[in-house]
Design a protein around this ligand. Structure first.
Ligand SMILES: Cc1ncc(COP(=O)(O)O)c(C=O)c1O
Length: 498
């Protein structure tokens, strides 16, 4: 009865699928290398050799020495550690951190936390594409700065920063330099020596590796205290039995970097095709990403007059995954901090969409997504009402014209209480209950995460129901958006229709 929806993934800056070679290597480690790398007998030595290989692969990909590589749980851990560690050892006369408002939240949040603890934090201005000017860094550098932290490629805009020049300036003034290189890996060459950085952070899952593993590069001689104490692992810097399969997957992902770089021009050409198509269908489209000095895969655009939350949901219903930064997240519709840092108003940020491609994105994928965007922009989208969790407040729940239809499975209902005043039918046999639903009310369909609801929505539309809506992100997102409402009223006045 239901056509399988084509899936087009255009959110590679959020994460990437694990590459086949990476999966193969991880499976081999899980199947054949069960030892603890610290054990001295042959099984341990065998597991240790897995890590030696991965460390060499990572080092080769970024022109580092293997001993300069520390495996972490991801870039957030590395970013947190560099800032906290260096702040903790900073002399009272060198108590200033310089960073930018466009950094990833794992840098920004720590900088804010340190500011609250008495560290002087200087936020460099960024231009309208999120780029730092070297002159602005030169103007604030002095002998009081202990660290400059500036990302190489921005995750929302793709903008590249002149890290080599920035790091050289920092070095002249005796400050250390950290670059978050997460979004640059496999998109532009990352040579830590040529960049001249003291610390660099990476995440395997942004480059077709597994989640939960990353890399902190620490230049030989740069300070690095233990960030997890205990065993001697990672040269005593990060204790704990190594996640051998993840580390192996990380190494295999870094080993693919030259191949990814060789294909970057193809990705850039596809991104340009996409942009040309979008500009043709909406001539007032605004490019938030820069035209030059940008990674190949990222396109951040603003569609004046279009709410990104609505477009994102329409695309989602049709199998296309894109991101709007945090602009329409479940956390209360706050605009993306990067977009506001580049000067966009809240309303403009909420018209912006990030499309991030990969070497696997085809022209057919781009055409499919662009056709859908065209339909939406022309007002031809089917009239399934897309409701953000923030909209479903107490007034909405109690509104007499609204009819909340909960289509979760029994097991899901046991895990989480339902919305107050909702009506329950079981998802697996939903069609037998649809004809009895009220046609004169706004039916909002709710499931756990927002996926099953759209199937029921289209079934209702096919039966001629006039007002049918879907709760985006489902109950999980609604609970995040309205924690007090969930605590106080979830589970009350629920009617079982079936
Ligand atoms: C620029 C940047 N830095 C850091 C991170 C955090 O990486 P991880 O997911 O490995 O903690 C991300 C991920 O979104 C990122 O895009």
């Amino acid at each position: 009865m239901f056509r399988r929806v084509r899936q087009v993934y255009l959110d590679h800056n959020a994460t990437t699928p694990v590459a086949r070679q990476v999966r193969r290597r991880m499976a081999e480690v899980l199947n054949k290398h069960p030892g603890n790398p610290s054990s001295t007998y042959h099984l341990g030595r065998d597991a240790a050799s897995v890590i030696v290989r991965a460390r060499a692969e990572v080092a080769a990909a970024i022109n580092a020495q293997p001993m300069e590589i520390v495996f972490t749980s991801g870039a957030s851990e590395g970013n947190n550690h560099v800032l906290r560690m260096l702040a903790a050892r900073a002399a009272p006369t060198r108590n200033r951190l310089v960073t930018t408002p466009a950094e990833h939240s794992s840098v920004r949040a720590v900088a804010e936390e340190l500011a609250g603890m008495g560290v002087e934090v200087t936020w460099l201005p960024v231009n309208r594409h999120g780029r730092i000017d070297t002159a602005d860094l030169a103007a604030v550098l002095d002998r009081r700065v202990f660290l400059v932290s500036c990302m190489l490629a921005n995750n929302e805009l793709g903008t590249l920063n002149p890290v080599a020049e920035l790091a050289a300036l920092a070095r002249e003034s005796g400050a250390l330099f950290h670059a978050d290189c997460v979004q640059a890996l496999g998109k532009v060459p990352v040579d830590v020596r040529a960049l001249g950085v003291d610390y660099a952070t990476f995440s395997a899952h942004k480059a077709f590796g597994p989640k939960g593993v990353g890399v902190l590069y620490v230049r030989e001689g740069a300070p690095c205290h233990a960030f997890i104490s205990g065993g001697h692992q990672e040269q005593g810097r990060r204790a704990g039995t190594e996640s051998t399969h993840n580390i192996a997957g990380c190494g295999a992902a870094f080993a693919r970097v030259p191949d990814l770089l060789a294909r970057a021009a193809t990705v850039a050409a596809r991104r340009d095709t996409f942009l040309a198509r979008l500009t043709a269908l909406k001539p007032d489209l605004v490019l938030n990403s820069p035209r030059d000095g940008v990674v190949a895969n990222t396109l951040n655009v603003r569609f004046p007059g279009v709410r990104n939350a609505d477009l994102l949901s329409f695309l989602d219903v049709h199998g296309v995954s894109v991101s709007a930064g945090s602009a329409c997240s479940a956390e209360g519709g706050k605009p993306s901090h990067v977009l506001t840092a580049i000067g966009l108003t809240e309303a403009e940020a909420q018209q912006s969409l990030r499309l991030s491609l990969s070497v696997d994105t085809t022209i057919a994928d781009i055409e499919y997504a662009a056709d859908l965007i065209e339909r939406f922009v022309r007002g031809e989208a089917p009239a399934v009402w897309l409701v953000s969790p923030a909209q479903v407040d107490a007034a909405f729940l109690d509104g007499p014209r609204n009819y909340i239809l909960d289509v979760r499975l029994d097991i899901e209902r046991r895990l989480m209480r339902g919305m107050p005043n909702s009506h329950e039918i079981p998802f697996l046999r939903f069609s037998r209950w649809l004809d009895g639903l009220p046609r004169n009310r706004n039916i909002l369909i709710v499931c756990s995460t927002g996926v099953d609801a759209s199937i029921v929505a289209y079934a209702l539309k096919a039966r001629g129901f006039p007002q049918v809506g879907v709760l985006l992100g489902g109950l999980v997102a609604w609970r995040v958006a309205h924690p007090a409402l969930y605590r106080e009223r979830a589970g009350s006045h629920i009617v079982a229709v079936s």
